[in-house]
Design a protein around this ligand. Structure first.
Ligand code: EAX
Length: 324
């Protein structure tokens, strides 16, 4: 067949496709710090799948991993990525009001924490993101943080003396570990595993979900179920990303974020239920009977400081919060 006829035939065959208007598809990029198969990855992918479904494919959500949370927040602020799911670890350096949730032993259990964050207390803190060029969309969850180290069993605060502990770049956490006699060493999550492998630090602290998902048991021998801090995560977006949504799509966006919160929290609950047995199966020594009151007593001077710097009334309201 002559070339001219082949081209003519090709154009004819393509015509119906060319006539159908190509469906415009807007891409939204979401970054998070952990593997896809983790409580954070589940949150991000659930958000993406739900928002794409609810908008009939008018939006495409691309979930990417970036294990430097401060970097992700900066990228959202300047608009190089649309959204991030991040722990509140570094967030207090951008939105100081968030630090109140980082106070050790503040929450009785996950239900208490989730209730406070979803209540007007948590919503008022989300509103503070706007003044910092960010949109706090919804609270999700990292979980209760536990101590691990490669040196020795830690049963009491005295056992922590002299341990070099990696912390997030979080002033409240650093103050707490200093008060306990440890040597806090702040760094991004991306630097953690190499620092543990090289012995730059002796230990770290993270929720069971993070420890299991990142095989931190491979570089840490001991874990003490201190549950010393409840670690929120938060979905943060660039204001332009949200402003470009019309009212109907913004409602769908929020609905997808709520779906992500549900999936993320369910995964943390499941990880907490199975994580100790899993980490012991992997060879970790896990101490579960912990005298947390001893740790709380050792932190008394720091608590007095946080009452002054983070607000005694707000801390009391959080501690006293009960479901209706
Ligand atoms: O967000 O940096 C941390 O220890 C965080 O808990 C981790 O990146 C999960």
């Amino acid at each position: 067949m002559k070339l001219t006829r082949r081209l003519a035939l090709a154009v004819t065959l393509a015509a119906p496709l060319a006539a159908a208007p190509a469906m415009a598809q807007t891409q939204i990029t979401v970054q998070h710090a952990l593997p896809a198969n983790s409580h954070t990855g589940v949150g991000a992918t659930t958000f993406g799948q739900t928002f794409e479904r609810l908008t009939n494919g008018r939006y495409r959500v691309v979930a990417q991993r970036n294990d430097n949370e401060r970097e992700m927040i900066e990228s959202v602020q300047i608009g190089t990525i649309d959204c991030t799911f991040t722990s509140t670890g570094p967030v207090g350096n951008f939105v100081p009001e968030v630090r109140v949730f980082d106070v050790p032993f503040l929450f009785r259990d996950a239900a208490h924490a989730r209730g406070v964050l979803d209540s007007e207390i948590g919503q008022q803190v989300l509103q503070r993101f706007q003044a910092r060029g960010l949109v706090g969309v919804i609270w999700i969850e990292n979980g209760f943080r536990n101590l691990t180290n490669s040196r020795r069993e830690v049963n009491t605060p005295a056992d922590m003396r002299g341990l070099k502990i990696r912390t997030m770049e979080n002033q409240v956490h650093m103050r707490a570990f200093t008060q306990l006699g440890a040597l806090p060493t702040p760094m991004a999550f991306s630097e953690l595993i190499p620092a543990l492998q090289q012995g730059t630090v002796d230990g770290q602290e993270n929720p069971i979900s993070v420890i299991v998902a990142n095989n931190i048991n491979q570089v840490q021998r001991f874990m003490t179920l201190t549950r010393h801090v409840y670690s929120p995560q938060v979905m943060i977006c660039n204001p332009q990303t949200v402003a470009r949504l019309n009212a109907a799509d913004r409602a769908l966006f929020q609905q997808a974020a709520q779906e992500a919160q549900r999936a993320n929290r369910a995964r943390v609950t499941a990880d907490d239920e199975s994580g100790v047995a899993e980490l012991r199966r992997r060879g970790m020594t896990v101490i579960t009977e912990v005298d947390t009151s001893a740790f709380q007593q050792a932190l008394a001077p720091a608590f007095a400081e946080w009452e002054r710097t983070l607000g005694a009334d707000l801390l009391r309201r959080i501690r006293d919060w009960r479901p209706n």
